[in-house]
Structure formats: structure tokens, C-alpha cells
Ligand binder design. Sequence first.
Ligand code: IVH
Length: 705
Amino acid sequence: MSDQSPAAAKSARLEIEALRAELRRHRELYYVAAEPEISDVEYDALERRLQDLESAWPQFAVVDTPTGTVGSDSDARFPSLPHSRPMLSLANTYEPAEIDDFVTRLRRDLTGPSAALPVVLTVEPKIDGVALALRYRDGRIEAGLTRGDGRSGDVITANAATIAGVPERLPANWRDAFPQPAPTCVEARGEAYLSLSRFAALNAERQDAGLEALANPRNATAGTLKTLDVEEVKRRRLSAFFYQLFPLPEPDGTSAADFPDHSAEMAALRALGLPVNEFLRTAGDAAGVHAHLDELQRRRDELDYQIDGAVVKVDSRAQQVALGFTAKAPRWGVAYKFAAEEAVTRLREITLQVGRTGVITPVAELEPVALAGTTVSRATLHNWDELARKDIRVGDTVVVAKGGDIIPKVLRVLIERRRGDEQPLPPPTACPVCGSPTSRREDEVALRCGNARCPAIMAGRLRLFAGRDACDIDGLGGRWIDLFLERGLVKGPADLFGMDRETLAGLPGWGEKSADRLLSGLARAKQRPWAAKIFALGIPQVGVSTALTLARHHDDIDALLKATPGKLADLPDIGPVVGEQVCAYFEGEDGRDLVASLRAAGFFLEHEDLPPKPAAAGDNWFAARTFVLTGTLETMTRQEARAAIEALGGKVAGSVSRATHVVVAGAKAGSKLDKAVELGIEVVDEAGFRARLDEQGGGHGSANA
Ligand code: IVH
């Protein structure tokens, strides 16, 4: 029995809470942001540690712990639908011996009539993509869903229909593929992925266009499935492999017959014309399974897609049903993950990266080397403790691996290859970007830049602020953020709203068009959902789903500023650790300044469904009002008028309705003007409109002057 003293209990509770918060953060990075910071192997190790602690300390159990739930890719920009059956995950193993344990356990756990049948196991590749469910009604596609939180998924039907081999209509004889009588509605589940060749081609195109490279095929797939522009999704050319097919309950409540086994299910998928992986083997015992696993691992490099292991399943449906599920995964299947592939190369240099939170990370710059289907030239070294522990020096010959195939890392140094001139790199005493002294927080291994105004920290914050899940500012890529900072045009997110059109248009690589695009993007940023705005603040530990929880329970920033750690800790998914961090952020100078400066810039932090606040005297006439432009404007184009309105916090709509606040009527205005008069809506002519713009300081970008 472990130490059960109050002190040990407290330390276990703190570690459990910290692990839960950490795992939730990594899930969000993986599923939502599609930008994981750690490999699957490291993630699985954290999850195992939590599982062990939770078993040792059952008094700290909670229902929504990451060990009992699957990760969530839910994204507020897409509608969601409940899954017909939960979309679960699989238990993982990296140890060959655990396959033997799995087979032994199956035989032991099988009871009832199906226990008398021989156990047949299937082995197939575990595709490293993104789970996808397709629902067909009467042979026509009805919905394409992501995993979401496993219970409901995001509806991405149009995007799913662009995937090679995913038909909008099943072949006319689709019913013949099912046991009779055939069902009305069916669901196929599988994995969407981006082929390695397509991934390389897309990155080559992006490089030509000066865009940032897609990090890896899986993340690119996740991002593509969650792209709003279906033409762009089509252009990416996703692929998929399907591995599940089942009838949905009939409208009269009866259920159609299921397949007798997984092999028959796969054959039916094939008959429907859905893409199915050609590697599907069966085995009667663990030794047979191992032989197939070895073959798959040998053939791994020949494939034009990434696999991160193999899936071993019980073939018989009757046995599957008898074995059933845990809360998170079926007992009839297991994922065997392949050990990371390794390569040997030389470490040319160690550079220092300063992140959004000021953490300084050493990065290995490597001689480019081929590894698991991509060329690797950089690897993370995590922190100085790790550098010292592994005794990594500049000039060393090192072994690199893609742990779980995501971010490459330096595993170890080949000491025997040292020539004597390799140089260790001591931890920096000054920030490589701004030169401020570095520091370490108590209980942290990370070294940080202590200057909140460090350009690298600012760049990270601005990137987060402008990013897709935050303000989604069209036209504001990372290199422009760097340019703005370099030129001293902005110091923080709020300054973005004060930029004027002329300055922007005059920047190298810019022009009027790109300036207008950014100004519209900034105006739209002010209309983003409240949860996205909370996420945009970059509060430590607050990712997209935590931001959503905060948004659901607080109407506006003032309510959030009043929240106490205790109150926040009671919200779903937010423990005491995150609760403390959120409050500490708003109590700190940085958080307070950001909120105040955004407010002053007309970026209101509040729920989008709150009734608009009445405009006070002297207020910006444009803010939060909806405009309709009609007729011909003489002194500006419609696009310019629109950009000016949006830059001042207004919205422009295409047609007049009761929701319209102002109609700007140019020459020869027609039916829209009539409608405005009929509805009693405020109408201004071009001169009046210009006068209002002048009141605000001349229009473009001067809303905050
Ligand atoms: S069967 C109850 N077969 O891996 C879940 N899954 O870690 C049954 N995956 O959720 C899933 N290739 O997204 C299955 N051949 C395969 C797979 C596969 C990839 C994914 C899938 C699953 C996850 C589990």
C-alpha cells in the first residue's frame, strides 16, 4: 500500500489535477488546433501516469477525467450532431508482449455461446489521420461527421464529399452489400488522410507562395476537414480508408441485421466502392498476429500515407458484442503502435526560440535527414535540463526520432562519434531576442524571458490573436506580424485596430487591396464569437474548449473579471489549477492592460447574443450598427465604404431588414431606399455619411484615434 498520509494525498491530488489540465491542453492542441506540442508516445505516457495515480487514489475520481473520456475536436464554427453510436478510441500498446496479454484476456473474458467459437483476430494498419463518419440514407449521403467529443461530431458533409472515393450516392445495388433485409440508413466510419505525395506537393506550392509549411499530414488533414471554404478542401485532395460499416436503426424502431464478422464488414465496404485498405490479415493466435505486425512494419515505408501502428480486432461480431466496451474503448480491439523511426545526423547549431509565454526553447538545427516520410532539419530539445541530461553539444552526431511521428526530437548523442571540438551550450542568461535577463519560476524547468514587451512574446501573442480559432484575421500572416513589430506599428493586439490604410498600403509587399483586406479582417474580428475572443486573449491554460466553457458561463468580460478561482473550478473541465491561472491572469498587469486596450479599440469582450448597448453621446456612430449601402457613391467605392464602416466597428449587410440601423443611399438608390423609408430606418446620403466618417477622424483605421 502506498503512503496514504495527508501530505501524500495532497501531493497526489495536485499531480492528478496538473496532469488532467496538461492532458486537456494537449488534447486541445492535437484535436482542435491540430498543432500538437508532444508526440503520441509522450501523451500516452502522461495518460498512463494519470491512470496509475487515479487507481491509487480513487477518492480523487471525477467523471470527466481525460482517462475516462476521448479527446474532442469540436469546433464552434460547425454545427454538431449526435453520433449514432459513440465514436470511441482504442486502447494503445507499444509492447509486443501486451499483444499476447490482449489475446489471453480475450479468451478469458469471453463467456456465453460465442466463447465456444474459435477466436479469429484481424490485423490492419492504423491510419494516422482523422476519424470520420458518413451517414447514408437511401443510398444518398446525409451527413459527414468528425469525432467531436465522441458523442456528437461536427457536421462537415460538404468537405467529406470532396474526399477521393467518397460518393454522394452509393451504387444503385448498394442494398445487396448488406445482410437482408437491407437497412434504410447506414453509416461508414474510417480515417481521412492526406497522402504523403499530396502533402509534399501542397507544401511545395505553399513554399512558392511564401506561406508557412503544413506541419505534417495528420494536422493538415484535421485543418482541411475544418476549412470553411469547400473549394480549398477540394483542392487539398484528401483521401480516406474505411473500416467500419453498420446499419442504423430503422424508422419503425426495428434494427436491420449486422455483418457476421469484421472481414464481411470490410468486404461490404469494398462492394459499396468506399476505399478500404488492402492490408487485412487474419490470425488464430498471438504468434500469427505478431507475424502480420512484423510484415506491416516492414512495408511501412512503401506506403504513400502515414500509419502509426496496427489495429488488432476480434473478427466475430458475436464475440465483439460479448466482450463489449469500457467507457472509452472496445474490449475487442487494441492499437499496437510502432516504435518511432530513428535516423542519425549531425547537430549543426542550437538556436533559441522564444514562445508566446516567454519560454525559451533550445532547437536543434540538423543536417537534413530523411525520417518517416519527411525530411527533418530541426528538432526540439525541450529545455536545458534535457540538454544537460543528454549531454547534447553543438557538432554532435545525434539520433533523431519522430516520437509517434509528430515533432522530431533528439533521442541521444552518439558519444563514440565525438571528435573533441563539440561545444555544450550553457543556458542563456539573456533573452536572445530582447536581451532582458532570463529567469526560472519555482518548480519549473523552463527558462523564460522576463520582459512582457519582448518582441518574440508579442509576436506569439499576436499570432494567437490573429489565428483561426481566435480572431481569424484574414490577411494577417506570421510574417506580416513580424513586419509590423519590426516597424513599431504595433506593440500588442489592440494596436492592430489603430492602423491606418495609408501606412498599411505603403508597406513593402502591400498595396491598397491588401490594406483593405486587413482592415475588413480586423472589422470582422470585432464580431467574432465571445468564446473566440476569450481564446484570443491568450490566457495561460485556456484553449478553445476552456474558452467555450468560460463563454457559456459569463456574459461578458466584466463578469469574467469578477469570477473567483473557486467559482471557475466548479465549471465543467476547469479545475482549481486552471481557475487560479485565469484569475491570476486578469489580476496581472498584462491581462488588465490587454482587456482595457481592446475595450478602448472598440473590441468588445462580450457574448455576441447580448442586446446591443445603446450608444452614449459622443460614442462612435458606427460601432455595432448594421449598414446597408445602396445606389452609386461618388467619392468612394463601395468596397472603400464597406472597409471604413467595418474599420469603425459597424457591419455591412446586403439587404434592408428590421435589423438594419442605417441605409447609406448614393445616387440612383432604388428599392432598398424605399424599404428603408417604409421601415422607418435612418437614411443618410453620401455627404452625411462622409460627415460621420470625418467625425470619427476620417474613416479608415482611425476608429481608435
Ligand atoms: S477501429 C472503437 N481501425 O484510431 C474504435 N480505427 O486510436 C474502433 N484508426 O478511433 C476503431 N485506423 O480513428 C480502427 N484500421 C483502423 C484504424 C482506426 C485508424 C483510428 C480511429 C480510432 C483510433 C483509435
